[in-house]
Design a protein around this ligand. Structure first.
Ligand code: GLA
Length: 369
């Protein structure tokens, strides 16, 4: 798992402040999971932005609980894995479309949008993209040609079906408070040709589908050390007429996430004139990685999410003029990439039974008073 760096003491202080500012009568008492009380997420936010979920092909069946939940609550899908380079072109020149097609088909049948994730990444990308048969890095010419071929083939296939692509994922170096290291230099893409691959990827994607929205997507993007690098990158791309439409803030956050960090980030990117999407939202119940793990959803977790989730969604509503999509990185608390034995994260608005959690009804109050 990535190191989602947290300043523990700062987060605890923020959390205490949030809790002390919320009067108990603001918070709906539990139990609140009366099915008749909730409005499906996509209805709730219909005047603001589409609500998406990351899915696997197995979810694409309306007879299953996950399929039904997707149809009820979501109007946008993203493939959790099956549109990544290793899924689509594991072997050079041999494309495997079945799984990705299933997601696109289900979305069409149920009137949902599809985000494409992801075209260019250092991870989940087969070695042949980077290395020759001797294990040496390709020349920039060879690597670029292969990237162009991949992007052109994939984007062309889903032209008109996928409305937005994460063209480049996680190209910036994550932790560097002094701002000396800009790019993720251990990425084979970077090793082969420096940052030029980023520019080219956007150009190839635009050529293949001039109507698709093109995004740069990254994590930890609300923290100053990273958001400034992303800002500089996007500014450079725009100044050089490289076609980029938006920035994806992944949104792998926890319940201590700072309101100010999110607002400052949105203000910064607003100045660039790009759209913003929250692309991989999941809100861990822990304040830090030091906090002991739990297998059960405790009252404390419940309270934390009842405060943090509406705080986040209120910000997103406040910025809905630039936010064009909010996608959760999963559906309900039964499955999340974050969970480990003894440490479950319960990061969504829907619980393990795919029912609205108390935090959900707090979010609902933002719109339905
Ligand atoms: C990153 C990637 C996603 C996914 C998550 C973890 O955020 O962009 O594709 O791999 O990590 O599941």
């Amino acid at each position: 798992m990535k190191n989602y760096t947290c300043h523990f003491s700062m987060l605890v202080a923020i959390m205490l402040l949030i809790i002390s500012c919320s009067s108990p009568e603001d918070i709906t008492p539990d139990p609140v999971n009366d099915d008749r009380e909730y409005i499906p997420l996509k209805e709730l936010f219909k005047d603001h932005f589409p609500i998406g979920a990351a899915v696997t092909p197995n979810h694409m069946d309306s007879r299953t609980p996950h399929g039904r939940t997707l149809i009820e609550h979501f109007n946008s899908l993203v493939a959790e894995n099956v549109m990544k380079p290793d899924a689509l072109q594991r072997v050079k020149g041999t494309y495997t479309w079945t799984n990705a097609d299933r997601i696109v088909q289900f979305a069409k049948e149920n009137d949902m949008k599809v985000r494409g994730h992801t075209l260019t990444w250092h991870s989940q990308t087969p070695d042949w993209f980077f290395y020759d048969e001797n294990g040496d890095l390709h020349t920039p010419e060879v690597a670029m040609k292969q990237l162009e071929e991949h992007i052109t083939t994939v984007v062309s296939r889903y032209k008109g079906d996928v409305y937005a692509w994460d063209v480049v994922n996680e190209a910036m170096f994550d932790w560097d408070p002094n701002g000396q290291i800009i790019y993720r230099e251990d990425s084979p893409w970077y090793k082969i040709m420096g940052p030029a691959y980023i520019d080219s990827a956007f150009v190839y994607a635009r050529r293949a589908d001039p109507d698709a929205k093109l995004f740069y997507n990254d994590y930890n993007s609300i923290f100053s050390w990273k958001r400034n690098k992303i800002y500089d990158l996007v500014k450079r791309l725009k100044d050089n007429n490289i076609p980029i439409d938006g920035v994806g803030l992944q949104g792998h956050w926890n319940v201590g996430v700072s309101e100010q960090d999110i607002r400052t980030t949105l203000d910064l990117f607003r100045d660039l004139g790009v759209e913003i999407q929250i692309t991989e939202l999941d809100l861990s119940v822990y304040l830090s990685s030091d906090e002991p793990g739990s297998e059960v959803y405790t009252d404390a977790f419940n309270l934390r999410q009842k405060i943090a989730y509406p705080m986040i969604m209120k910000i997103l509503l406040d910025y809905s003029d630039i936010i064009t999509g909010v996608t959760f990185w999963g559906i309900g608390d039964d499955v999340t990439w974050l969970d480990r034995p003894g440490r479950r994260h319960f990061p969504f608005l829907l619980d393990e039974q795919l029912k609205p959690k108390p935090a959900y009804l707090e979010v609902q109050k933002l719109i339905r008073r």
